[in-house]
Design a protein around this ligand. Sequence first.
Ligand code: NAP
Length: 310
Amino acid sequence: MLFNKALILGIGLIGSSLARNLKEKELVDTLVVYDKNKENLAKAENLGFADIYTDSIKEGASDADLIIFATPVCAFGDLAKEVAQYVKKGAVISDVGSVKQYSLQEIEKYLNKDMGVIVVGGHPVAGTEKSGPENGFTSLFKGRWCILTPDDNSTPEAIKKLTKMWESCDMKVDTMETAHHDKVMAAVSHLPQLIAYSIVGTVADLEGYEHKEIIKYSAGGFRDFTRIAGSDPTMWRDIFLTNKQTVLELIQRFIEDLVALERNIRWDEGDKMFDLFKRTQKIRKDVIEAKQDQPEHEKRIMEELKKQQA
Ligand code: NAP
């Protein structure tokens, strides 16, 4: 057992997948899950992956020695303020938020070393485009990276325990400084996601095209963007609003590169395009070699979802 009593705030895809791991791998004795969404709480209770299901922060936070924030990031501040009324001294506070500077700033306004608690930011870089407790599963994290972002409110013992916790979820663990985390994630996750939302919106609104034809022939590339653009709107709205400056800088750079490609096409600069596409082909190879391509993981996700629907 790593912790006696743990509380997870927000029992959606990530919170419920973590909950399944904490209980199945016997990492906590008593697991409490909290959510403001009563329907999700009832679904979680039916699935039975925790000990206590509650809409009372008081019940969950009192005596908890681990508290994990797993709601969309814009909810962290208000939740932290409430948790601060009941948290016990020495408790370890962490989160799974996709943006680290904002998440920790909000949490640490109310929960910090002056309050006698320990904070270590975390981000399991794993997920699907689905939401809710019914879509979580134990092997979601398998083989993926979890990034911890310790700061002045962290202690080596807490970092060690959280490393152990995520490793027990079959993740590889790295540590990063918060601003660096947000810069890296803006490039590999936030910008690609934004481009997917934009392309799907553009193609869907094109005049002179029949909607049913766009859907019928979507396998021509559009389909892959729709998978990404089918993700949870609340979660992604919060990410763009809270990693604003970094994402805005990357959008500017992207627009310049897109205009350069537009010029290549307009002025028949085939060589320039070819050179770029050769470079991107090499990047795809590097991703596959780093075992970061999806097929195996996607297959597992599909199998899990089928199992749950059966
Ligand atoms: P999710 O499936 O939508 O679950 C979030 C849950 O939190 C929902 O039940 C939601 O209820 C509830 N909630 C929202 N606001 C709340 C509040 N103020 N108080 C209590 N509960 C609240 O979301 P998720 O995909 O698990 O994402 C959760 C966190 O993980 C986010 O911070 C996200 O950045 C991070 N993350 C996500 C992924 C991913 O791929 N999904 C990957 C890594 C990290 P409602 O449905 O009523 O809003």
